[in-house]
Write a protein that binds this ligand. Structure first.
Ligand code: PLP
Length: 394
């Protein structure tokens, strides 16, 4: 008999599976090129060539016992140093390898942070819409998720509702910048306002409230947008990073957590997070890809590819009458459903062989998410169908 706690996940899993199966069925019926699947955030731009070269060189040149062996649970010290140096160069920070823990992607990095911080019943604030796995990650440690209402004009953070939801029970706050699912990049002004409320409430409650900044899309920004480097604005911050999207390496499972010296009890926090990495069963992040990303600290994927898709889809859809915030980051378009129940809209879209994710899957009904990390041809071929779909509403 499986644990009671797992039963709701089976239910949810079958909904995601159903969407996946439906996509496959449609592709078999109409041909893969006639199905416009915008449902998955799986990067389609190849990883940089330098990653492949680095992996080959490591395997050819390094001692296999070193490459494939166990290591410090936080990861190879020289890898962490190379990443810390790169962050310091780009953001003017002062991290050393001691401030970094290599993790099995951002998913694991978030779990490391939450395992380090949460006692049962501790509250964690998240801002709707949000990556729904946050709820599962928080429940892993018997934390309680508290949701802030969306700010539907700009999809920046709703600071007024945040202040209402923050309580003496709040242990941590999760933000995600650039943002999945809206594609919004939080401005410096937004981050300053968030930090001001956190500082004030910490003083009032007399204990730390930690900010966990989930940043797997940090480098995926367009139109000259820049992502404020969060540790400069608030001391009790942990940054969670991943190479899944920025270097198109989601299957390699590699990322890191930064815990700056300014975090309260930083030595204990770093030590606890390192142990959390170990006892969550990850032990350490995969060794070969750690070594490879350290050699490719300045590598980038072809952002122009995503940008072309972003422009084409945004301009066409708004031209057809749909409304959405202009995305400046990640690879998602967040479109307002023309009818209140967005699932009715996603069903109507399926008749045009267009697949998209209902906002309910991000705790924000009334909207849909389109992941434009697809081929440019898919975008182009989908547009006449979007136009027909629009004519059903406008
Ligand atoms: N956080 C957000 C907002 C994401 O969109 C994702 C993946 O889609 C993750 C975390 C998990 O990323 P990773 O593949 O690094 O575990």
């Amino acid at each position: 008999m499986i644990a009671e706690k797992m039963k709701p996940y089976l239910q949810n899993n079958s909904a995601i599976r159903a969407m996946f199966e439906e996509g496959k069925k449609m592709a078999a019926e109409f041909g893969a090129d006639k199905v416009y699947d915008f449902s998955l955030g799986n990067p389609n731009v190849p990883a940089p060539e330098s990653i492949k070269e680095a992996i080959k060189e490591i395997l050819d040149q390094e001692d296999p016992v070193f490459v494939h062996g166990y290591m410090s649970n936080a990861g190879f010290p020289h890898v962490r140093r190379a990443i810390a140096d790169n962050l310091n160069k780009r953001f003017g920070t002062k991290f050393s390898e001691e401030n970094l823990i290599m993790t099995v992607g951002a998913g694991s990095g978030l779990n490391v942070c939450l395992k380090t911080l949460l006692d049962p019943g501790d509250e964690v604030i998240v801002f709707a819409p949000y990556f729904l796995e946050y709820g599962a990650y928080i429940r892993n440690y018997d934390g309680v998720l508290v949701e802030v209402e969306p700010e539907t004009e700009t999809f920046q953070l709703n600071i007024a509702d945040f202040e209402r939801k923050l309580s003496a029970k709040t242990k941590a706050v999760i933000i995600n910048n650039p943002h999945n699912p809206t594609g919004v990049v939080y401005s410096e002004e937004t981050i300053r306002r968030l930090a001001e409320v956190l500082e004030r409430k910490q003083r009032e409650y007399g204990h730390a409230v930690y900010l966990i900044s989930d940043e797997p899309y940090r480098e995926l920004v367009f139109d000259g947008a820049s992502v404020p480097f969060i540790t400069k604005y608030y001391d009790n911050t942990m940054v969670v990073y991943s190479y899944s999207k920025s270097l198109s390496l989601p299957g390699e499972r590699i990322g890191y957590v930064v815990i700056p010296d300014e975090v309260e009890d930083s030595a204990d926090t770093i030590a606890a997070a390192t142990i959390a990495n170990r006892i969550s069963g990850c032990v350490n992040a995969p060794s070969l890809i750690q070594l490879a990303v350290a050699r490719c600290a300045d590598a980038e994927v072809d952002l122009g590819y995503y940008d072309r898709n972003r422009r084409a889809l945004y301009e066409a859809l708004t031209g057809f009458g749909f409304s959405c915030v202009k995305p400046e980051g990640a690879f998602y378009l967040w479109v307002k459903s023309p009818v209140p129940d967005e699932r009715e809209f996603t069903e109507a879209a399926k008749k045009h062989r267009i697949l998209m994710v209902p906002g309910t899957s991000f705790a924000c009904p009334g909207y849909v998410r389109l992941a434009y990390c697809v081929s440019y041809e898919t975008i182009q071929n989908s547009l006449p169908e979007f136009e027909k779909l629009a004519k059903e509403y406008f």
